[in-house]
Design a protein around this ligand. Structure first.
Ligand code: GLP
Length: 271
C-alpha cells in the first residue's frame, strides 16, 4: 500500500481529484468506482471545477457507486443517488446511462445485487475505485465481521454507523438499518484503489487498515492484499500510524527511484 500523508483534508481531496483526472486523461472510458460520505466531497468539488474550468471530459466515463440505503428512493435527500447528483453528476457531462448507483428500491434486492455484479463485469471491471473509511474501518457498508471475499449484497448496519450517519437525518430513528453494498471481494477486484481519510476520528481505523492484521474485524485491512492501493490521509487521520516517518521517507525519495533505474540502464548499455 502506498501511504501519502498530506497536511489537511483539503490537500487530500485535491490530490484524490488529481489522480482521478490523470486516469480519465489516460483512459477516457474509465470505469470509475465512487464513494459517498463527507470525505470525498472536496474531491468531487475539484472534479467539477476541472470540468467547468478545464474541460475535463466525463462523456465516456462509466461509474459504479459502492452502496445505497435499502428503502430510500433516489429522490430522497439522504439517498446516496441524490448525494451523487447534487455533488457530482449534475455538474459534469457524464452520460446518465453510464451511471450506476445501487437501487434502494429493488423489489428483489438479492437478485438485484447479483445483477449489479454482472453490470460491473460487463463494463470490463472497475479501473479505479475511490473509497472513504468508516470509524470502525468499514469500506462501502462492509461492517466489521463481513467476509473479506463478500460480493454485492444486503448488509445490516452497525449501531455505530447508524449513529454516525444520523447527523444527516432528522433523527436516528430515520436512518435506514440496511444497505446494499459492494462486497469487500467486489471492491478488491478493482484494478486500482484510492482510499481517502481525513480527521482524527479515522486515525485508529487507518492504523488498523495499514499496520494491523488482515481481519474481517476491520474490513479495510483486506486492502493489504491488493497489489495497487494508494492511501491519502491527512495529518490527523495518519496520527496513529507507527511507521509514519518511513512513509514520508518513501515519498521524499520517490522521485529518485526513476533516476537510479535509468542510470543503471545507461551504465549497463555503456552510454
Ligand atoms: C458510510 C459510507 C462509506 C463511507 C463512510 C465514512 O458508511 N457507506 O462509504 O466511507 O460512511 O463517511 P465519511 O466520509 O462521512 O466519514
Amino acid at each position: 500500500m502506498e501511504v501519502i500523508i498530506e497536511p489537511t483534508a483539503k490537500e487530500v481531496g485535491i490530490m484524490g481529484a488529481n489522480i482521478i483526472t490523470e486516469h480519465i486523461l489516460r483512459k477516457p472510458a474509465l470505469v470509475l468506482g465512487l464513494a459517498t460520505g463527507s470525505t470525498p466531497l472536496i474531491t468531487y468539488n475539484e472534479l467539477v471545477r476541472k470540468h467547468q474550468d478545464g474541460g475535463l471530459d466525463f462523456s465516456k466515463v462509466v461509474t459504479f457507486n459502492l452502496d445505497e440505503y435499502l428503502g430510500l428512493p433516489p429522490t430522497h435527500p439522504q439517498s446516496y443517488a441524490h448525494f451523487m447528483n447534487e455533488n457530482l453528476f449534475d455538474h459534469i457531462n457524464i452520460d446518465r446511462q453510464n451511471i450506476h448507483v445501487p437501487s434502494g428500491l429493488a423489489l428483489d434486492p438479492h437478485g438485484y445485487c447479483e445483477s449489479y455484479e454482472e453490470d460491473i463485469k460487463r463494463s470490463g471491471g472497475i479501473d479505479l475505485q475511490l473509497l472513504g473509511i468508516g470509524r470502525d474501518g468499514h469500506i462501502g457498508f462492509n461492517e466489521p465481521g463481513s467476509s473479506l471475499g463478500s460480493r454485492t449484497r444486503v448488509k445490516t448496519l452497525t449501531r455505530e454507523t447508524v449513529q454516525d450517519n444520523a447527523t444527516f437525518f432528522r433523527n436516528e430513528s430515520e436512518v435506514p438499518r440496511f444497505a446494499i453494498t459492494m462486497g469487500a471481494g467486489t471492491i478488491t477486484q478493482a484494478r486500482r484503489i484510492l482510499l481517502l481519510a481525513s480527521g482524527a476520528s479515522k486515525a485508529e481505523a487507518v492504523a488498523a487498515t495499514v499496520e494491523g492484521p488482515v481481519s474481517a474485524s476491520v474490513t479495510a485491512s483486506v486492502l493489504q492484499l491488493h497489489p495497487d492501493v494508494i492511501l491519502i490521509a491527512d495529518e490527523e487521520a495518519a496520527s496513529k500510524l507507527e511507521r509514519r516517518a518511513y512513509y514520508r521517507w518513501i515519498q521524499e525519495n520517490k522521485s529518485q527511484v526513476n533516476g537510479v533505474i535509468s542510470r543503471q540502464i545507461r551504465e549497463r548499455l555503456g552510454m
